[in-house]
Design a protein around this ligand. Sequence first.
Ligand code: BG6
Length: 468
Amino acid sequence: HKTLKPFPKDFLWGASTSAYQVEGANLEDGKGPSCQDVKKVPEGTSDLTVCADHYHHYKEDIALMAEMGFKSYRFSIAWTRILPQGTGEVNPKGIEFYNNLINECLKYNIEPIVTMFHFDMPAALDQRGSWSNRESIDWFVNFAKVMFENFGDRVKYWLTINEQNMLTLVGPVIGTLTIPEGCTNELKEIYQQNHHMLVAQAKAMALCHEMLPGAKIGPAPNISLVYPASCKPEDVLAAQNYNAVRNWLYLDMAVYGVYNNLVWAWLEEHDATPEFGEGDAEALKNGHPDFIGFNYYNTATCQWEDGTVECDSAADQQTARGETGMFKGFKNPYLPTTEFGWEIDPQGFRATIREMYSRYRLPLLVTENGLGAYDTLTEDGKVHDPYRIEYLRKHIEQIRLAISDRCEMLGYNPWSAIDLISTHEGMKKRYGFIYVDRDEFDLKTLKRYRKDSFYWYKKVIASNGEDL
Ligand code: BG6
């Protein structure tokens, strides 16, 4: 039995999207192609030319978010709308679009929370080696500078790289990851790219503080506590290993500027430790987040594995990975799953928050959480999604419990504000409070409909989380 503390008065209730999944207009008004626009579209799923057509419907969409009472809207800025080639010329139309989007949010007192990079490396930079090229650090910092210059007068919350840990662990599923030809040690290559991202992030955080003293910036990894499959000591060690590789590597680095020792030792064993360039150690020490943004969908479970582990190539962001001699994913028998096979673990949300807060003692901002499901639009224009309401309710209850555990929480921005294209399962896997009338391949009317969860979330926000 627990005495519940209230949600903070200025708690940021809102929701999230990302540019390449929601905007459409992917080559319009001077936008250059990103790696997402040139990748092979997974079979049976839509391409990214239209998505939810947020680019043309943003006013209507933000009005709907305001109707729900949003205090915040987390969206990403498409690098190639601002810098079509990734570096060089700035595209004024791109600046104009995000100025309009930000101003539209502010009109309704919705705090814009901007993700600087959400899986959409400019295709032109992909051709130059993407994150494997050390110059990627400068490309990203330059892009950050352009954003701070143009939007920093109004954007107070910045997120660096969305789910860098998933890019590193399952890059190909997300449609990114460039392994240069002739690479002989793939692990080393991947962790070298990861290192470049970490340095780029640290430099962007330092630059943000220098240019925008009033702004706050933080990382946005996907953090899920890893459980041991049993109380067998080996399983506990395996869970520690996976926690380090999946979670703490990213936060130890963002917060303390040091490599997690378990990860470093593992990379050493495989001759895969990243090379530090000149000034990297210092840059990593100089970048400090003001808060930790994190995405949470579910926990992972691991068991000890002595032998060789074959990684499941069909695995997605939420499937526990395996590493030879380190750990192996285990299906948690206590957890139900979504229609798309993702485990559902609200209590794991609280456990994840408690663990993270006690490790880092920084305020936490939930940047994603949510349920992907098949939704049906009824003939009278309704979407009955009690399953989504139930998922979100249970997770919000756990945030409240975590607040009552004295964890400092800044806000809750579930995935997604509006239906959009999934990372690899198309339009049919919907997450939004707002239904978009289109199918996988038939664009239909693109009309917006309020789902049942829309009205429910409105009530939750109006009562500051009291009325669930
Ligand atoms: C996160 C990403 O991994 O999960 C989002 O940040 C993504 O971009 C979300 O859409 C849900 O994943 P999926 O694969 O169901 O779209």
